[in-house]
Design a protein around this ligand. Structure first.
Ligand code: SF4
Length: 147
């Protein structure tokens, strides 16, 4: 049976990033297609907030790690987490999750984490959707780490 791989939609070249600019990973997509993988794309941010949109950062707050918009500090965590749960509930047979490196939603082990004063605390965090994938025991990797 074909390996089922969930992939950040922006890696396909789709203009769904916060600024609407493409940043695909054509080598990765080509490799997955050559291997006969079934690719299921996802983009929590475009679905929940549209494009373009205000960029977000993972931020430590009194209530834990939240995805806050950079300037207006709007908490975007809930809709992204809900999207992730719905996605994984719908696609139960995912063999591998490939997230866009450094994304506060999709990055697997490369997300930047800040304190509320804007100081960088870590560059090895999971984004909100990637964290849900990991919590469900799904193998997960940043796109730049796929060999
Ligand atoms: S990194 Fe994730 S949320 Fe951001 S544009 Fe890509 S798929 Fe969408």
């Amino acid at each position: 049976m074909a390996k089922k791989v969930a992939v950040s939609a922006c890696l396909s070249g789709k203009n769904c990033r916060y600024n609407g600019e493409p940043k695909g990973n054509p080598e990765l997509i080509e490799k997955l297609e050559k291997e006969g993988c079934e690719i299921v794309y996802f983009c929590p941010e475009d679905t929940c907030f549209g494009t373009p949109r205000e960029a977000m950062d993972l931020t430590v707050t009194d209530e834990g790690v939240k995805a806050l918009t950079k300037f207006t500090k709007t908490d975007r965590t809930g809709p992204i987490a809900d999207y992730a749960c719905e996605f994984f509930d719908k696609h139960k047979e995912i063999d591998l999750f490939i997230g866009k490196a450094r994304s506060p939603s999709c990055g697997v082990a490369t997300g930047k984490l800040y304190d509320e004063e804007g100081n960088l605390i870590s560059e090895k965090e999971a984004g909100i959707m990637a964290a849900e994938a990991k919590a469900r025991g799904i193998d997960a990797v940043d796109d730049e780490e796929v060999e």
